[in-house]
Ligand binder design. Structure first.
Ligand code: CP3
Length: 344
């Protein structure tokens, strides 16, 4: 049977005439229908843990735009919460967590097997989506990569420079590495259940990989992603993995091989023509369009979308933004991007 899911074809290394397309944060506050469902759920975390409404917001951008993939609606910080950290969101500011900085804090985390108690509603969302999605749409699961999740657990919030995590890494490396180890094990268990519930591909978001220098990048971004990828592929042969070491710059070269991922997602900090020869030569790439084009639109959006499609036309490519779409984006610009990619 011919695979009708274009995302899975690109992930398998096929060069397609029209790249398949989806968008990071495609279910989000730029959509009026998302805001309405979010208001119905109450706060953001209640929405994440409500399978009916989480499935609904996941489906909204599929109905509106016909994207080639749907990404589970959840958050990378649900895993620390399942491991026992307190988590809440401060409106207009972002996430807050109880901090984990000592050997005692690490010892108090729940065992890996206990995470599913908290995360079961997420798996139920996945099961619903797996039944409700159109047959040509690929269902993507995800988790944060250990380094990125650790930066939030150690600081208790988002930080511009990941200072507290870097400080713990140099002041108490055993505790820092123990946190990463617990997150690596937890992520394998979490993503395994997402796959069992219907995810056809998983993505690892290492949003703060760019602040790791030299050997630290290899040890704390690449290695955990490699361990997770290997464990998932052993348990679920053939499952495609997308690695997103955001901000890696020239260190994007070799990430396919070093992590074992089928696709490498690139941010908007590298040039598409450079990435075509230095990253796409090793396999499928995804991303690169600046999210700000979804706010500003116009000829610049069309030109840049075409430039990226042309640069990656020689190999497997999934069209996406370099980072998540922002709440101030115009839904019509998303349609313009899709029409441009699909040549309409
Ligand atoms: O891509 C998707 O649509 C899938 C769902 C998804 C969300 N967050 C939903 C969300 C994914 C993959 C994430 C990943 C995530 N979450 C990351 C890594 C990717 C990245 O963007 O760098 C990080 C760092 C987080 C942690 C987090 N969650 C932050 C910093 C925020 C922003 C807080 C704010 O108020 O803007 C969130 C909240 C969040 N996660 C929203 C969504 C749709 C907005 C919540 C709302 O409705 O208020």
């Amino acid at each position: 049977m011919v695979q009708n899911k274009t995302i899975l074809r690109a992930l398998a290394g096929e060069k397609l005439d029209t790249p398949p397309i989806w968008m990071m944060r495609q279910a989000g506050r730029y959509l009026p229908e998302y805001k309405a469902t979010r208001a119905q759920a109450g706060d953001f975390l209640s929405l994440c843990y409500n399978p009916e409404l989480a499935a609904e917001v996941t489906l909204q951008p599929i109905r509106r735009y016909g994207f080639d993939a749907a990404i589970l609606f959840a958050d990378i910080l649900l895993l620390p919460q399942a491991l026992g950290a307190d988590l809440w969101f401060v409106s207009g500011e972002g996430p807050r967590l109880s901090t984990i900085t000592t050997a005692d804090d690490v010892a108090k985390l729940r065992p890996t097997d206990a995470i599913h108690e908290t995360l079961n509603p997420v798996y139920e969302t996945m099961q619903r989506l797996s039944k409700e999605l159109p047959s040509e749409t690929t269902l993507i699961g995800f988790a944060g990569a250990p380094w990125t999740v650790a930066t939030y657990m150690i600081a208790g919030r988002g930080t511009p420079d990941q200072g507290p995590a870097h400080a713990l890494k140099s002041e108490n490396r055993p505790v820092f590495e123990a946190i990463l180890q617990r997150l690596t094990e937890g992520t394998i268990a979490y993503l395994s259940e997402q796959i069992a519930a219907g995810a056809e591909c998983v993505k690892l978001f290492d949003s703060w990989a760019g602040s790791l220098q030299d050997d630290d990048f290899t040890r704390y971004s690449i290695k955990p992603m490699q361990q997770i990828t290997a464990a998932l592929k052993e348990k679920h042969p053939g499952i495609p993995v997308i690695a997103f070491p955001r901000g890696a710059g020239t260190k994007y070269t070799g990430v396919h091989e070093a992590t074992g991922a089928d696709c490498v997602a690139i941010d908007d900090g590298v040039d598409a023509a450079w990435a075509a020869t230095h990253v796409q030569n090793d396999g499928c790439v995804q991303g690169n369009l600046k999210s700000s084009h979804m706010v500003t639109g116009g000829a610049a959006l069309v030109d840049e979308t075409r430039r990226i499609c042309d640069a990656f036309s020689g190999g497997p490519h999934i069209f996406n933004l370099g980072h998540g779409i922002t709440p101030d984006a115009d839904p019509d610009n998303v349609q313009l991007m899709i029409d441009t990619v699909r040549g309409k």
